[in-house]
Design a protein around this ligand. Structure first.
Ligand SMILES: NC(=O)c1ccc[n+]([C@@H]2O[C@H](COP(=O)([O-])OP(=O)(O)OC[C@H]3O[C@@H](n4cnc5c(N)ncnc54)[C@H](OP(=O)(O)O)[C@@H]3O)[C@@H](O)[C@H]2O)c1
Length: 331
């Protein structure tokens, strides 16, 4: 890549919930002479407001709209890397990937939309490789802790034992916060696409659905869909809402390093809900948000169950021991 780009990094979608957090983090942690970065989006007024909040120069504002390919190419040509938080990616993301490939610009996102990642891999992976640029999907909460967690754990296991672990079970011990508006829209869009497209359903159902063609094999079964007792963690476990994307990302990374941990390497994810009858009940309770997220917007069951769930959470959060379990903690 030429070294004459105006910026090292542009955060596109800077005016959104997640984009704003990313900008705040970068602004607080990097000097401009260390990392030349800019904010991007479609709405000039919102960007000007953000620019003032961040106290950065207005030359660091880039306007680009997902429906205007020229604006995306122009933006991509100005930076070494584009980080996008504009979603649903299946609706607004494809042209940007195309623009980055065309402009030879590295790209990363925080998508959790498995079916879209599959399309992007099929369409752009080989060209990106030829052009020596990187397209890196899912650099957010999904799926960095899972992907890097496996990488780090295997490194440590190898240092200690001289061989890799044949199996890794990731268990989420607690979670804090909710689902952002953008995440909800993206999840709804995945479900909508799955309803009408059988290829999307096939990708979602295949544990190895993001692996390269010819490498879609291994011992793993579809993700957990019920509450069971887990002998490994000696606890009840329940489905983890992000497992669908995370496990596939981990398996793809493993395939891309030529099955370094062995072709029988197995990985799964679940939420840890505790021991005894309370643990089992907590497991069932944790299914409610997943059930809600997969219902149609505006449905009556969704409306009433949401009110019930939120009231219950409010009551339970008053109990400190429960509040303690509602922070992310990976074991
Ligand atoms: N992987 C993770 O851990 C993780 C975590 C959180 C979110 N996400 C994903 O990140 C995405 C964003 O979520 P969010 O909650 O931050 O959403 P959000 O608050 O709705 O923000 C969306 C951003 O996209 C911009 N945008 C929308 N349509 C656009 C278009 N046509 N052209 C250019 N920009 C456009 C919006 O601009 P305006 O301000 O002008 O409307 C806004 O900046 C979602 O896909 C979500 O699933 C992933």
């Amino acid at each position: 890549m030429e070294n004459n780009r105006d910026f090292d990094l542009i955060i596109w979608g800077a005016t959104g919930f997640t984009g704003d957090l990313v900008c705040e983090y970068i602004n607080n942690n990097y000097e401009y002479n260390e990392l030349k970065w800019a904010i991007g989006g479609r709405n000039q007024n919102k960007l000007l407001k953000l620019q003032k909040k961040l106290k950065i120069d207005d030359s660091r504002i880039i306007i680009a709209d997902s429906s205007d390919k020229e604006s995306l190419i122009k933006m991509a040509k100005r930076s070494k890397v584009i980080c996008t938080t504009v979603g649903p990616y299946a609706k607004y993301g494809t042209y940007l990937v195309e623009a980055c490939v065309e402009a030879k610009t590295n790209y990363c996102d925080i998508t959790g939309e498995t079916q879209w990642i599959r399309k992007i891999i099929d369409k752009y992976h080989s060209t990106a490789k030829e052009k020596h640029i990187k397209i890196v999907n899912s650099c957010g909460f999904d799926s960095v802790p899972s992907d890097m967690g496996v990488y780090y754990s295997q490194k440590k296991v190898f240092e200690k034992k001289g061989k890799y672990a044949q199996m890794i079970n990731m268990r989420v011990a607690g979670a804090k916060g909710g689902i952002s508006g953008g995440t909800y829209n993206s999840l709804s869009n995945v479900l909508e696409e799955a309803r009408v497209d059988k290829d999307v359903r096939k990708t979602l159902a295949n544990p190895y659905g993001l692996n390269p063609e010819g490498k879609q094999f291994g011992p793993d079964k579809p993700d957990l869909r019920k509450v069971i007792f887990d002998k490994v963690s000696n606890s009840w476990i329940a489905p983890f809402v992000m497992a669908g994307i995370n496990t596939k990302i981990v398996r793809r990374s493993h395939a891309l390093i030529d099955f370094k941990y062995g072709s029988d390497f197995s990985y799964d994810e679940a939420t840890l809900s505790g021991k005894g009858i309370l643990g089992k009940l907590k497991g069932y309770f944790s299914l409610i948000p997943i059930f809600l997220a997969t219902r149609k917007k505006g449905s009556l069951i969704k409306k009433w169950l949401t009110i019930f769930y939120q009231s219950l959470v409010r009551v339970l959060l008053k109990k400190q021991e429960l509040a303690d379990t509602i922070t992310y903690d990976f074991i």
